[in-house]
Design a binder for this molecule. Sequence first.
Ligand SMILES: O=C(O)CCC(=O)C(=O)O
Ligand SMILES: [Mn+2]
Length: 196
Amino acid sequence: MLIDLPDAHIRYRPKWVDAQRADHWLQQLSQQTPWTQPQIKLYGRSIAVPRLVAWYGDTGAAYRYSGLVHDPLPWTPLLTDIRKRVEQEIGEPLNGVLLNLYRNGQDAMGWHSDDEPELGAQPLVVSLNLGATRRFDFRRKGASRIEYSLELEHGSLLVMSGPTQHHWQHQIARARKVATPRINLTFRQIISEPAL
Ligand SMILES: O=C(O)CCC(=O)C(=O)O
Ligand SMILES: [Mn+2]
């Protein structure tokens, strides 16, 4: 299903994997991932981001998030398998994946675009959703009104490409009623080393 937003290219595929496989991946990734909680500096203070993360990728695919450059963990057999399936689906290579664990509805991700220079001029971001359904919002850069929202379901795939990151921001807002975890895997293609 194509999401009809101007200046964007966004595709959403509910049930990209069946529930049984999605359950298995969620359980395996919850257990085997060395989750960390990065601290960001805000007005001179250190604040823990409200979620846990892990960055995997090819050697050299260093990625900057939360203001820090992260060296990749080496691909595991499971992540290699998922990566192959995702690459087959979209027909493009992907050399890194950011795993986000939202432990419950208190965990969230603020407004941002995935427009770091190392993602190139037209960033391709392919995100796989496992576990709790969470709402994914879009707003135009420079605006505050939410223009579109999607419920990202267990086993679904969201593909953002083309000009999307130039014109739009996205967020996962807090959700008071959500009591179960969600893992999101955002596959990316790191084109160059980040400028240090
Ligand atoms: O959890 C999500 O669906 C969003 C993750 C995200 O936007 C990111 O990792 O850049
Ligand atoms: Mn993002």
